[in-house]
Design a protein around this ligand. Structure first.
Ligand SMILES: Nc1ncnc2c1ncn2[C@@H]1O[C@H](COP(=O)(O)OP(=O)(O)O)[C@@H](O)[C@H]1O
Ligand SMILES: [Mg+2]
Length: 393
């Protein structure tokens, strides 16, 4: 097909934005295989293990988790999804609601029929078995943890699993986190098919181990990284091609260099190059002309809102971090820059970590959770007195 003959008024296929499913999901074959394997194991009646994915902001955790949830649903599994926000009340109401939904799915014949299409070995008489353990007046008020256990029991032997997908798991209030890890542990020991699949920032494995020391052995952990040069080029080219346009090799060289493998940036630079040109193939000029828009997409979508979330003391800390090391520095260096001792700053640092704005990649080292945050601060010098959470400047 000759794309150059098509109308240039095509819809921009790039998706810069948190959780926006990319047209081309690149570089995640290994992770997708892990999920497929788990689903296959459960479908055959084997036991699998839950999984934890961690990485920096914008690297593609949320889109992957959502893709996994869709795969699980497609495979006839019972799927619950939640995003932790650290608020015990909202988290437990979301969990209750999800458990309630799962209960309905488990006891509904319709879902079972649907599952039958995917799983060849669904036994006759399963609906009866699945209904065990529930009475009609079980309400959302009842304990979600014991309901989860009942659901997992009901699913035992059905070759279907009960999945809880948790995004931003590192933020979850400690009590719920601990209970869910314990549940994964005890149900797993009983051979019941309950699986937590979670995503979060790089500090997530540490937070989980702190919550329950055996969390280390409970999950399969996997770090999500930036994409390789080759994978990045593929995202640019395949995304454009699927929407009827393409990039020249020179344009791809430039795009690859600017985005540096960072998925959020790939979508932003691709999107702005697309907007800056109406011809195909899009050339190096399109990329260059799109730069201001790409910057704005990243600054507004990624950096500015993070800056606004910090307290004035937090902002001074972030400014110091950026000045000392760009995206990462020793916490002693940051303290020295601010004329304080490390321990004087420990509260501010702890709060920034809790807010998910920085993390500690190594002992004594601090880093931004979004790549390029340091550069943003150094470029813009946003005032530390700026009000919190203001939507727009
Ligand atoms: N594997 C990938 N290939 C191409 N683009 C991706 C990929 N993963 C994520 N993206 C894009 O990156 C951006 C951030 O994804 P998101 O899942 O919100 O990241 P995170 O949850 O890690 O902060 C989105 O615009 C998304 O479309
Ligand atoms: Mg996310």
């Amino acid at each position: 097909m000759d794309n150059s003959a098509q109308s240039p008024a095509l819809i921009n296929p790039f998706m810069p934005g948190a959780g926006l499913q990319p047209v081309e999901l690149a570089g995640r074959n290994y992770e997708l295989t892990l999920m497929r394997t788990l689903l296959g194991q459960i479908s055959l009646g084997y036991q699998g293990v839950g999984m934890v994915f961690f990485g920096l902001r914008g690297v593609g955790k949320t889109v992957l988790l959502r893709r996994f949830a869709a795969m699980a649903e497609e495979a006839g599994m019972i799927v619950m999804q939640m995003e932790a926000d650290g608020n015990a009340e909202t988290e437990s109401s979301v969990l209750r609601e999800q458990v309630q939904r799962a209960r309905k799915a488990v006891s509904s014949g319709e879902t079972l029929a649907e599952a039958g299409r995917h799983i060849a070995s669904v036994e006759v008489g399963l609906p009866l078995k699945l209904a065990v353990g529930f009475t009609a007046d079980d309400t959302t008020e009842s304990d979600p943890y014991s309901n989860l256990e009942k659901l997992a029991e009901a699913l035992k032997g059905s070759n279907r699993g009960l999945f809880l997908f948790i995004d931003e798991f590192q933020q979850m209030n400690p009590d719920m986190m601990g209970r869910l890890i314990t549940l994964q542990h005890t149900l797993g020991q009983e051979g019941l098919p309950f699986y937590i699949i979670a995503a979060g920032l790089p500090n997530l494995p540490g937070v989980l181990s702190e919550s329950r020391s055996y969390a280390e052995r409970l999950f399969r952990y996997r770090q999500l990284d930036n994409l390789s040069g080759e994978e990045s080029r593929n995202v640019f080219q395949q995304t454009a091609r699927q929407a009827g346009r393409s990039f020249t090799d020179e344009a791809l060289d430039a795009l690859q260099e600017y985005a540096d493998g960072y998925p959020y940036a790939i979508q932003a630079f691709g999107s702005s190059a697309w907007d800056a040109s109406s011809s195909t193939p899009m050339d190096r000029d399109a990329v260059a002309n799109g730069l201001p828009e790409a910057r704005e997409l990243l600054d507004e979508g990624l950096y500015h809102s993070r800056w606004q979330r910090a307290t004035p003391a937090g902002r001074r800390y972030m400014e110091a971090l950026a000045a000392v090391g760009g995206d990462a520095a020793s916490s002693a260096g940051v303290a020295a820059y601010l004329g304080k001792t490390s321990s004087q700053l420990s509260k501010t640092r702890a709060q920034l970590i809790e807010q998910g704005l920085i993390y500690m990649p190594l002992r004594g080292e601090v880093a931004f959770t979004v790549p390029g945050m340091g550069d943003y601060i150094n470029r813009n010098h946003p005032p530390s007195s700026e009000p919190y959470d203001r939507e727009h400047q």
